[in-house]
Design a protein around this ligand. Sequence first.
Ligand SMILES: [Zn+2]
Length: 546
Amino acid sequence: MRKKVIGGICSTVMVCSLLAAGNGTTYASGANNTDAPTNKSVKNVILFITDGMSLSDVNLARWYQGGQALTMDKYFSGLVRTYSTDSLTTDSAAGATAYATGHKVKSETVSILPDRITMPFVDAVKPEDVNKPLLTIMDAARMAGKSTGTVFTCELTDATPATFLSHAYTRDNAQSIAEQMVYSGVDVLLGGGSGYLVPGKEDINRKDGEDLTKILKSNGYDYVTDKAGLMNSKTNKIWGLFNSEALDADFDLNPQKQPSLAEMTKVAVEKLSQNEKGFILMVEASQIDWYGHDNDPVGIMSETLAFDKAFKAAVDFAEKDGNTAVLSVSDHATGGLNMTNYDSTKDLVSVMKKAKHTSYYIEGSINENNFKKVLADNYGLSDLTKEEADQVRIGMKDNLSPVIGKILGNKIGVTFSTDDHTSEEVGLFAYHPANYKPTDFVNSGVIQNTDVNKYIQEVTGLNLAQLQDTLYVSSDKFKAKGATISLDKTDKTNPVVVVKKAGQVLKLPIDKNIAILDGKTTKLNVLTVMIKDKVWVSQDAVDLIL
Ligand SMILES: [Zn+2]
């Protein structure tokens, strides 16, 4: 049972009066750090987000391979605080938004300024800027002529990839998020969720009748849906979605059909690095979180080790390239995995190595008649007690993952404290050619999630604050120019903003980056976005009205 959308904290009530004036304190104080290396600048940044990965997960992964160091170990460099503007424990939308935009935001929201601030050290928001779309590091990179990419193993509309390429009041708004991503201008996008791009009867299919794969192709992208297509693609603009929903876990995937996270990372780097102005790539190990929710230690191993391989691919490139920084952070931790084993590692390794697949792999085929064989074949669990067998029977009717997790956990001293997120600091892993890391930028071993974004701005020279006010502006700006503005809902699923002034007619389709002025279509710098009935537009759209 996949728990893709786990709230934990649902703050749906808009409480503007609670917009507290935080004192704005973060750890970022790079300008004052005199010990930092002078050659801080890099052309490229590869940012990993390990969704839900705790340092205990990493500990288990290390023991899983007999205690050997992971690739990431060498690059551990500090701890990151992850809270959102309204909650000590964050969700992925607010957690990833901090990395994408440099702003803490309200839980469940996607790259927009918060309408609720109850936590400390968060800047107050001006009333007119509440819910305003925030520029992302991808926007700034694109505007500077760099190439941009995202790689993930979940559906494209899931919270983490969404925060880098779209804006929404709630992360559940997948229809809008998918369309914004198609029009976002991202050069390389690889992962799962092809079902979100095409019309059809499934819940995930498009309800506006648009086939967004046609838009991608007409905008010059290669659109591929299997591994061979990815490996054979010759263009540097590519979308690859290798399953209608999420990709399979690394332990479960068919290597003939779906690429691994490391393979997707390598292809993305290869294509993006063709741009001599550099690139920004975000790679998400998406499913560590899901297996944390399901208390499945095998899934956590599968995805943590898959991340470590992808991280190695990125660091190998960066060390050779000499002009690339590689960072890895988590948006939050999930599941509260504890290791309480006083015995030697022998038992842990022998039990865990017999577990060949995640719980998702067997959930479609296991039943009352075959469960003993399925658990013996896939997990080495050939000696179920009567009590365990009864628990499996109950689990098969509801959610089997935590039942298997508990049986395995009892053997190796692993327990979980929750099926939801946890609020402890997460690990920061970093490589920089001159060894200048986010902890140096901030001058502290413990940093804020927002500091990671500010560090990326510093080392790449990108400046989000400077661009912010010239890109996303209120559509009220049209009125200030004496124009009238209305929303054409003739096609309810594809609303269009219509601006009129002295014979000029400007049409701005919501969720797209295009403007149609007197019948002629032009591309805008950023998307036209509607957040809670308020429309935000690219300043260059406003400039089209004379
Ligand atoms: Zn989660």
